[in-house]
Design a protein. Structure first.
Length: 231
């Protein structure tokens, strides 16, 4: 199942002033950062790590400017961002869901910088109210040096779980993870804590929980409690 998609059009690297444009975009961003924000972050995390320190500093400033809605004078960072896509090649990046698992599909035909710039300029296609949180995710993605996988997703989302359900609807996932019935929408903090302690006893190895699954289960229960008790 297609969860998010980003098309980036770009010129050949040999040209003195390169060009970047955007094509089809599917970027759900609610609740923030949403699956669209995760895809944008993944594109940056994958491609920015090979860029120079000067480029990474310039990208950090560009993320801030685009996120704040400032007018970006072109060309910026040796690339001109434009609407016209004529004569440009295209790279398509996708976030795919299967069951409760996610995977990324990257199709790169251009340089690393063009891919990162396309992901940053995609912020302009997002409603103003969501641009700030997405810009924060992209800034975090610049710092990621690990593999492109579940740990990165959790880092970008600021969560302990990288499951699709937890990212698509965190509150519903947290209610289910702590064992609340579907009819109970607003449990009290006391009830959340009680269910948390109860579930912790069930998964902890000292009480018969599986050792190999205990660490992940404990993190998920802590994340579910955080979601349901945060103000």
């Amino acid at each position: 199942m297609l969860l998010a998609e980003l098309e980036i059009f770009h010129s050949r690297q040999a040209q003195p002033t390169r060009r970047v444009a955007l094509g089809n975009i599917i970027l759900p961003v609610e609740p923030a950062p949403g699956l669209g924000g995760i895809l944008l972050g993944a594109v940056i995390a994958k491609h920015a790590r090979e860029l120079s320190n000067d480029d990474q500093i310039g990208l950090s400033h560009l993320i801030r400017d685009v996120g704040d809605g400032r007018r970006i004078v072109q060309p910026r960072m040796r690339n001109r961002y434009q609407v016209d896509r004529h004569g440009l090649a295209v790279s398509t990046h996708r976030l795919i869901g299967e069951g409760d698992e996610m995977s990324f599909e990257f199709a790169d035909r251009g340089g690393e910088l063009a891919q990162v710039l396309g992901a940053i300029y995609a912020i302009e296609r997002i409603d103003q109210q969501h641009r700030g949180p997405i810009a924060e995710v992209l800034t975090k993605a610049l710092r990621w040096k690990g593999p492109i996988g579940p740990a990165m997703v959790a880092f970008l989302a600021g969560a302990q779980s990288s499951s699709l359900a937890a990212l698509a609807d965190p509150r519903a996932w947290a209610l289910e993870r702590l064992g609340f019935p579907n009819s109970e929408k607003e449990p009290s903090s006391r009830e959340v804590s009680r269910r948390y302690r109860q579930q912790m006893r069930n998964v902890h190895p000292d009480h018969g929980g599986a050792h190999e699954d205990a660490s992940a289960a404990i993190r998920e229960l802590a994340e579910a409690r955080r979601i349901l008790t945060k103000t």
